[in-house]
Design a protein around this ligand. Structure first.
Ligand SMILES: [Zn+2]
Length: 131
């Protein structure tokens, strides 16, 4: 668990570091190492940084935050769907996953299926019939 937490923190730090560097470059051309300060980033600072994140990073960061929160609440590593424990190997490979391998593949399968009827439905549905 400690191992996973460390990994999550590192991922979080990597995103924030990238961002910090990007922001630093874009706002002022301060030359100097700011890396050490990131450890002390407080919530306000995180929020400020968060607004500058691109959507993809935001998504990732959110998942990391949620995973870290789950670790604190001792709910980490439990599948959101079936409530079963997620395998440790899976957690190490995908530290912020919320679904066990079974539910994940089930979800992907369902997604793949539901996409087709949805399209079919719009063809047969009267609300989209008039074009
Ligand atoms: Zn599951």
């Amino acid at each position: 668990m400690e191992e996973i937490k460390q990994k999550l923190l590192e991922m979080q730090k990597a995103i924030l570091t990238d961002l910090e560097i990007g922001r630093d470059k874009s706002i002022t051309a301060i030359s100097g190492d700011i890396g050490d300060d990131i450890d002390h980033a407080n919530e306000d600072r995180n929020r400020e940084l968060y607004q500058l994140l691109c959507e993809r990073d935001q998504d990732k960061l959110m998942q990391i935050y949620q995973a870290l929160e789950a670790i604190d609440k001792n709910t980490y590593g439990v599948c959101e769907d079936c409530g079963e424990k997620i395998g440790k190997k899976r957690l190490i490979a995908l530290p912020f996953t919320k679904l066990c391998i079974d539910c994940k593949s089930e979800q992907e399968r369902t997604k793949g299926i539901s996409r087709i009827p949805e399209k079919t439905a719009s063809f047969t549905g009267s609300d989209t019939g008039e074009l």
